[in-house]
Design a protein around this ligand. Structure first.
Ligand code: SF4
Length: 948
């Protein structure tokens, strides 16, 4: 068996020898040309003047008067003309992807030499379509008529109206767009090809540099390619090498050879290929695994099973073909360590890189509507922390970024001024304020350059991503300065993000060494001994969705433009030919049916499974590989977990109190308790820039504290309350002071707009509510504010008597009518009613009441203290809207709880039992069985609890 390119090289050498220097070899892709030259040097055995190798696109462009232009330049030109023709106030970001789609359609129209006037017929003029376009075939006219009739049938919706309007301007848009590009001296591929072919005698006069053009390894051709080949053939200047013989694989599947057979009929076959050239049938294994990344992780095992020769000089005989390019990042991290040389020929999705994640965070940081006074700009902490924790930033700052993040978290700073970063030039660059659109690209580029310069070159992949990002920013920069497009900053941010999300970073390495990693299209014309195809799923191989087009399917079909069935045959051919000369083939598919994925193997695999050509072995990699799905119903309590809890709460030298929050966490979900109190995972994102109950609570507590602190130990009468309520100015000043300290890290220039203003207003509303309540209940003696209390709770622990310190901070204690009130302010939703004490410890989430449990624990803490024989828990539920009915008593089964002593014994028993369970080494950390509890859980991403 000899590879196709090897046989072609032999033929070329045998027939042309040294004369090949005057020949041009044309391939569907560059890599095939490199492989052919390698085979040529082997078959010649002597130094040889190499022929010219090129791709067909490059061949066209080499004789075109136009330069190829980047997509974004083309879309912007299209946008300007569309706006003029449509007379619509459209923004470029809304237009951009529609523009790209149109560009592809125009490219197809030109590559397939379609008459644009016939295709983009005005739907209203259709009655005389046959008279108007005499050149149309009967079938085309029928399809167009059917399309229009169907289109007009039924209700005229907004979408139909939009389509009709846009369709009506496509022809003038197509004409004026090409005119404009000619003026600029640029073109898209189809335009350059068509212009050349429509110019009389251009092919004959421009293709004179070579004695012959050899077209090697093509399959489906567009009409421009066909026409070029026809002209060159008619001048005896073309030879054709189709990789096709009636091998068992093609015999078995004639559909795959649809295009190639018709090409052979039309152009002939120069290379005499026969089935005997292709060797014996390969050994085929089909593997299923219920995960995408799991497919990549199987690679080392597959290599072992296939006994692949990992010598760099032989590895080029092995290809890993990715039907889904999104698997590339996972694949690269799964390459066995002994493989040091790899060659990637495919696009790496930029959106999966750490550079994109930084770009996105930076764009989000700059989403500031108006920057009139940059020194008054504050960034939300969440955005700042995200940037500070980006690995590129962490690596570039030698720990400075982490220090800053710690300061923000420990200082509870919600809004951060750029001045917070002081003199650090890199951090100042990151957190600079971009006022104008045309500065945006420069801002990002400076950051990427600075990061690139700080790196040591040990990670060439990231260096390449940074380089590509800068290249794209350089291309985009002139667009943002183009006054005729007039892009504002908001639009520019969206546009940059959308464009970068779609970028594929191309890799081109030294193809003749190392493991070959490629997409299915890059495998054209090349053969391998060992072929591993990943994502061989139905819907992926072949792709089930057609490429996006504005031209309806039946019109595409009528005018001979490619449609989905066209794509299926193309992929079938590539798949079939890849298997034809391989010795070992492993086909891996993802068997999990999630979202839009069916979990089915590709129809190409089914054909192998049920056909009688090869007998694939099947292997299921489900067992032993854990994918998603969370931790199960409970997390076992490991020895280390037991040790941590003992150290922290039972036996450690500086053991700490177990708080009401920890007890509530356990009662709500054992796993949540585990993540927070055993693993010590902090909810760092509790800092928020929006109006969030936790932050609201912190601010309110602080304001009330400062408001009442001068009165601790005093009797507060109704006149005092009236005085306090009158002092509106002082209250607002106090609120602003607390906001500045708690929310803005003590910065001056707190903005008087947006969230800060809303937060101040809401705080004031809650403060007023507390004052109103207190006025209605005055007089009372204020005993203490925000005081910590603890108490030892004896428990049984592993057969021994131990004690746990229970402790917490009580918002306020006062005395009214001889009863001590232990008060908790609640700004979130809170009901001061429960059905029973038991429900607090074992009820479903609707019946469990964290706020009541917490205040009862406070009462328990003080129940033995002198003067607390008469005490009761009180919740100031400040959201309670029914002010008239408001009461400060907690009810149990509708009965008011006037004194904690009434329930103390029962409460203490249940509390003891709960705390014993918390520390019981034999009890695992169970996940809650109530799915509703998980929606707001900060650990849900780690936990991944499956719904019960
Ligand atoms: S997501 Fe649900 S089960 Fe998991 S820790 Fe949070 S509350 Fe518990």
């Amino acid at each position: 068996m000899r590879y196709f390119l090897e046989q072609t090289a032999q033929y070329l050498y045998d027939n042309y020898g040294n004369r090949l220097r005057n020949h041009c070899l044309v391939f569907p892709n560059r890599r095939a040309g490199v492989f052919l030259l390698k085979h040529l040097s082997i078959v010649s055995g002597n130094p040889l003047w190499a022929p010219k190798t090129t791709t067909i696109n490059d061949l066209f462009m080499s004789v075109s008067p136009y330069k190829t232009a980047p997509t974004e330049k083309l879309v912007v030109e299209l946008f300007k003309l569309y706006r003029e023709l449509a007379k619509k106030e459209e923004t470029i970001d809304n237009f951009y992807f529609w523009g790209e789609m149109l560009l592809n359609d125009f490219d197809d129209v030109d590559k397939y030499l379609v008459n644009p006037e016939a295709l983009f017929t005005n739907l209203k003029d259709l009655h005389d379509i046959d008279k108007k376009f005499g050149g149309l075939t009967e079938d085309q006219i029928k399809v167009i008529r059917r399309f229009i009739v169907n289109f007009r049938e039924g209700e005229i919706t907004d979408q139909k109206r939009d389509f009709e309007f846009n369709w009506s301007i496509l022809l003038p848009l197509y004409i004026s767009f090409k005119k404009r590009l000619r003026e600029l001296g640029i073109a898209y591929e189809g335009m350059a090809e068509r212009d050349l072919l429509e110019e009389d005698g251009a092919v004959s006069s421009k293709f004179r540099d070579f004695e012959k053009y050899h077209f090697i390894g093509f399959n489906a051709l567009n009409n421009c390619e066909k026409k070029l080949m026809e002209i060159l053939k008619s001048e005896s200047k073309a030879e054709f090498y189709w990789d096709y013989a009636k091998t068992p694989f093609f015999e078995h599947n004639p559909r795959a050879a649809l295009f190639v057979e018709s090409n052979i009929k039309e152009f002939g076959q120069t290379l005499p290929l026969t089935a005997s050239n292709t060797g014996s049938l390969p050994v085929v294994t089909i593997v299923d695994i219920p995960s995408d990344s799991g497919q990549a992780k199987l690679l080392p095992n597959i290599f072992k099973e296939m006994a692949i020769d990992t010598d760099p000089d032989n590895l080029h005989k092995t290809a890993v073909v990715l039907a889904d390019e999104n698997l590339l990042p996972a694949l690269l991290s799964s390459i066995p360590p002994e493989i040091t040389d790899i060659n990637i020929t495919m696009g790496y999705p930029f959106k999966m890189t750490v550079v994109y994640s930084l770009l996105r965070s930076l764009l989000s940081l700059q989403e500031i509507r108006e920057v009139k006074e940059p020194h008054k700009v504050f960034f939300g902490h969440r955005k700042v922390l995200k940037i500070l924790s980006n690995p590129l930033v962490v690596e570039s700052t030698n720990g400075r970024a982490e220090d800053m993040a710690k300061q923000i978290i420990s200082g509870n700073i919600s809004f951060i001024s750029p001045s917070f970063f002081g003199e650090d030039p890199f951090l100042a660059l990151l957190f600079g304020v971009v006022g104008d659109t045309d500065k945006l690209c420069g801002y990002l580029r400076d950051i990427f350059i600075s990061i690139a310069e700080s790196r040591d070159g040990s990670d060439p992949l990231t260096a390449e991503f940074l380089f590509r990002a800068n290249q794209m920013l350089n291309r985009l920069e002139p667009l943002f300065g183009d006054s005729s497009v007039n892009i504002n900053k908001e639009v520019a941010i969206r546009l940059i993000d959308r464009i970068f999300r779609e970028i594929k970073v191309p890799f081109r390495g030294e193809p003749l060494r190392g493991l070959q990693i490629m997409g299915i299209l890059e495998s054209r014309a090349i053969d391998f001994d060992n072929v591993i195809i990943l994502s061989a799923n139905e819907g992926v191989l072949p792709r089930s969705s057609p490429s996006s087009s504005y031209i309806p399917h039946n019109l595409r079909e009528a005018f001979g433009l490619p449609v989905i069935s066209h794509q299926d045959s193309i992929y079938d051919y590539y798949f079939t030919r890849l298997l034809t000369r391989a010795k070992n083939v492993v086909l891996v598919y993802n068997s999990s049916a999630e979202g839009m994925r069916s979990g089915e193997m590709s129809r190409f695999l089914l054909r192998l499974k049920y056909g009688n050509l090869v007998s694939p072995s099947f292997f299921s990699a489900k067992i032993g590989i854990r994918v998603g799905g969370g931790v199960g119903a409970s997390i076992p309590r490991a020895q280390n977990d037991i040790r941590i809890l003992e150290e922290k709460y039972i036996k450690g030298a500086d053991r700490r109190p177990l708080s009401p929050s920890a007890i509530n966490a356990w009662l709500n979900c054992g796993a949540r308790f585990y993540y927070s109190y055993v693993c010590g995972m902090k909810e760092t994102d509790r800092l928020v820039e929006g109006i969030e109950p936790a932050m609201m609570g912190t601010i309110l507590h602080e304001v009330i504290n400062r408001y009442y602190s001068p009165y601790v130990g005093e009797k507060i009468s109704t006149p005092i309350m009236e005085e306090l309520m009158k002092n509106k100015k002082g209250k607002r000043q106090l609120i602003d002071e607390v906001l500045r300290e708690v929310w803005f890290g003590g910065e001056d220039n707190v903005p008087k707009t947006g969230n800060a203003l809303i937060m101040a207003d809401i705080t004031e509303m809650f403060v007023d509510r507390v004052l109103e309540i207190d006025k209605s209940l005055a007089p009372f003696i204020l005993i203490g504010l925000e005081q910590n209390f603890t108490k030892n709770l004896p428990i049984n622990y592993s057969g021994n008597k131990e004690s746990i310190i229970i402790g917490g901070k009580i918002d306020r204690i006062d005395q009214r009518e001889g009863v001590k009130r232990l008060i908790d302010y609640k700004t979130g939703k809170s009901e001061p009613n429960i059905s029973s004490i038991e429900d607090l410890f074992s009820g479903p989430p609707k019946k469990r009441n964290d706020a009541v449990t917490q205040t009862l624990i406070y009462c328990y803490l003080l129940s033995d203290e002198k003067g607390f024989a008469l005490s009761r828990p009180v919740i100031y539920a400040l959201r309670e809207s029914n002010r008239e009915k408001w009461d400060d008593t907690i009810t149990i089964g509708k009965k008011p709880l006037d004194n904690f002593k009434e329930v103390e014994t029962q409460f203490a028993e249940l509390l003891t039992k709960t705390v014993e369970e918390i520390f019981d080494p034999s009890i695992p950390f169970a996940l809650t069985t109530y799915d509703s509890s998980c929606s707001s859980c900060p650990y849900k991403k780690i936990c991944k609890k499956q719904p019960f």
